[in-house]
Design a protein around this ligand. Sequence first.
Ligand code: SF4
Length: 159
Amino acid sequence: MGLSRTMRRVGRMAEPAPRTSAHRPPGAAGLGGSVQVRHVDAGSCNGCEIEIGQAFSPVYDAERHGVRLVASPRHADVLTVTGPVTVNMAGALRKTYDAMPEPRLVVAVGDCARDCGLFAGGYGVLGPVSDVVPVDVQVSGCPPEPAAIVSALRALTGR
Ligand code: SF4
């Protein structure tokens, strides 16, 4: 009883949205403040996936900022991609991107997605994400912290 009364009194708590208009990709304005996200692991070590999982956990709670994970690229506005793109995953990544309706945006999460990171030069590595699909937002780090991932996604929703 005490908890529900406190919740009513305090209301929704979230820090103000970052001043991101300068970094906001042009396509984000048409998304109406909420984005549906399809994720593709194009060859990561899974470290970035753990941090993305945390970004949607109750602690960081990306959903309160209008970001939601979806299972189908046909329902997605945003594609998050981790890892260097391996030869085996390049086709699947391209097909996923092609299946998304427009406007669509791509977020490269982690150093591997940006420039192949630790895996640069690997025999199975085709290249960074931008070699396969156009990238709108990059998140640095190996792995990036959940707060950085949430911040990048908030730049898309503006919330
Ligand atoms: S950026 Fe780091 S944590 Fe992410 S996939 Fe590459 S090696 Fe793993």
